[in-house]
Design a protein around this ligand. Structure first.
Ligand SMILES: C[S@@+](CC[C@H](N)C(=O)[O-])C[C@H]1O[C@@H](n2cnc3c(N)ncnc32)[C@H](O)[C@@H]1O
Ligand SMILES: O=c1cc(-c2ccc(O)cc2)oc2c(O)c(O)ccc12
Length: 355
């Protein structure tokens, strides 16, 4: 009896289950990546209704003997909310699959976030994670430097065009999704501005969306020369190559999305001092608009996502996610007079910073 007594064995088995579960986190990410590689979301979407397993297997296409394995892959993805099933998966009828709000984000036609999944499951981008333990035991550097012998991601992507494209595609698809919400739901942050420079603007996703939504606003993308070199000619936005540690093209407002979390406190202060030089004084409407994370959420998933990003920033860049007091210290040290935080965009907050 004692052996089956949930009271005495409940806790150790709960811990055991949690540990085994965490040891298989890779199964979740890599199965999602497999669904991206097989284009499963698009196939279900084109089917136009619940898609039976046999049809999904035919349209990928996979050899018929792999259908049972596909069913097992789909069962895990369904349990993670990536897809849904009809009927409930316990009936004798063949299981048919549907999209969920999560897999709708992977559709090629919409704002396709697949490149984001690809980067975070790519062996070259995963490599620094394997060097975290070694890095803790030595002075300085970052796991990224231990893995690659170069200081940061930007040095590697400057040398490896295929990784540069992969990283920039991942950033820009996610940015398109976030910025669509920002320009449509919160246009007040851009109203009244005559010019804006998107510092570290990557492939120009934010600048293009802002310029489309506010045709009278002159938008400039500013990024490293090897990134700007890959941008197509655009009538909508100007592109300038350079380093934000040297000088930033002048504008009414500087826009910084997902930049400061890549950098240490000292580097953020340097970047923001250059931003302050680029904008007019507060009385003339000068401001910096930051879209980044502020660790403070009561939502357990948002909070966990902030902590995942924080460790990712630590291993890849020597950067970090920050609580409000850490942001405040950066803003004070860079000589800004005031700021406001608007937690409006899920995991992101919009921070307005006044000179
Ligand atoms: C994490 S990405 C964010 C890209 C874009 N803002 C977004 O949210 O999608 C950081 C960007 O900073 C750029 N960057 C890195 N160092 C820079 C520097 N010294 N000067 C200007 N841009 C830089 C990178 O090339 C990259 O495009
Ligand atoms: O989602 C990411 C991933 C990275 C990343 C992961 C692993 C590496 O070896 C390098 C980079 O970087 C990101 C980033 O800088 C950002 O601003 C947003 C998302 C991600």
């Amino acid at each position: 009896m004692e052996l089956t007594n949930g009271q005495s064995f409940g806790k150790p088995f709960q811990a055991h289950t949690l540990l085994l579960n965490q040891s298989f986190s890779t199964a979740g990410l890599m199965s999602l990546n497999c669904a991206v590689e097989l284009g499963i979301a698009d196939l279900i979407h084109s089917h136009g209704g619940p898609m039976p397993l046999s049809e999904l297997a035919r349209s990928i296409p996979i050899p018929p003997e792999k259908a049972p394995s596909l069913r097992r892959l789909m069962r895990l993805l369904v349990s993670h909310g990536v897809f849904a099933v009809q009927p409930d998966g316990n009936s004798e009828n063949e299981t048919a699959y549907l999209l969920t709000p999560l897999s709708e984000l992977l559709l090629t036609k919409g704002t396709n976030l697949s490149p984001f999944i690809r980067v975070n499951s790519d062996p070259s981008f995963l490599k620094p994670w394997f060097h975290m333990g070694d890095w803790f035991k030595i002075k300085g550097s970052s796991p990224f430097e231990v893995a690659y012998g170069v200081k940061c991601v930007w040095e590697l992507t400057a040398q490896r065009p295929e990784l540069n494209d992969k990283f920039n595609d991942a950033m820009s698809c996610e940015t398109c999704w976030v910025m669509k919400a920002m320009v449509t739901e919160f246009p007040q942050f851009f109203r009244g501005l005559k010019s804006l420079v998107d510092v570290g603007g990557g492939t120009g996703a934010s600048a293009r969306m802002i310029a489309e939504a506010f045709p009278d606003l002159k938008c400039t993308v500013f990024d490293l020369p090897h990134v700007v070199a890959t941008l197509p000619e655009s009538k909508l936005v100007d592109a300038v190559g350079g380093s934000m540690f040297d000088s930033i093209p002048p504008a009414n407002a500087v826009f910084l999305k997902s930049i400061l979390h890549n950098w240490s406190h000292e580097d953020c202060v340097k970047i923001l001092k250059r931003c302050k030089e680029a904008i007019p004084p507060k009385e003339e409407g000068g401001k910096v608009i930051i879209v980044d994370m502020v660790i403070n959420s009561n939502d357990a998933k948002v909070n966990e996502t902030h902590l995942f990003y924080d460790v990712c920033m630590m291993i890849a860049f020597g950067g970090m996610e920050r609580k409000e007091y850490e942001w405040r210290k950066i803003f004070n040290d860079a000589g800004f007079s005031d700021y406001k935080i608007f937690p409006l965009l899920g995991v992101y907050s919009i921070i307005e910073l006044y000179p």
